[in-house]
Write a protein that binds this ligand. Sequence first.
Ligand code: PAF
Length: 286
Amino acid sequence: MNDSPLARPVVLATIAGTRSALADRGNVVLVPTMGALHEGHIALVQRALELGGTVVVSIFVNPLQFGPNEDLDRYPRDLEADLDKLHRLGVPFVFAPSVEEMYPSGPPQTTVKAGPVGSMYEGRSRPGHFDGMLTVVSKLVNIVRPTSVIFGQKDAQQVYLVRRMLADLNEPVRVEVVETVRDDTGLALSSRNRFLDARETRAARALSQALDAAESSADQGIDAVIAASQGTLMGESLVQLDYLKIVHPDTFLPVDDGYKGAALVIVAARVGSIRLIDNAFIVLAG
Ligand code: PAF
């Protein structure tokens, strides 16, 4: 039941309908999502509403960014529940197209290439993921024509690549980044957390604990950071580390030995069969 006095969002399912509904709106703020909205998405929407324009939340599970062995079919979808949440927040427009509306001729022939950083870290484990993600973000930007677009810091590599694409392609769109929302144990919220059982949920905390360990040892330099954070992850038998890297926030490339200054620690691990990612900013000294 929904007892909010706010109007329900207008659900736009077509590109033509979206363009005409937004035609006279000067300041449009886009929150791209794949649905299954949790508190992390709610924080993105709240930021969008604070910006004061016409907020459009897109809900589209983009097949192009899933590999053949990934969880496209299993990815959670619950449009009605998502609309209820957006209704309570007072979101005026939801763009929720079908796959056929977005890709009427099947997989597109023209796609965005994420470049070298797109095949590192997440891209190494998920080949083609970032090309698919950037392609759909580019399409969403072309359809909605926002002045600002909102992303979550949890997907740090995604944020870097979207910013880079918009700059490289001269798209006049501002990117707003919202801090990662965590549960009270520190676990970063993710649509995939619902697939973790109770033991795996406890084990998954090791990712944020590893980032805390990184932060606490940052004043002793890179080697200490790596040792402390890897040690934390290796202490948890259900966690299988994929990568733990320290990258420069401006280039997303690994920092050199002896580097001092702001850096981002990025981590990915499998907990049971679920792949999780997280990251934290640190200041390296030592
Ligand atoms: O972060 C996501 O949910 C997706 O990658 C995005 C940006 C909505 C593109 O499909």
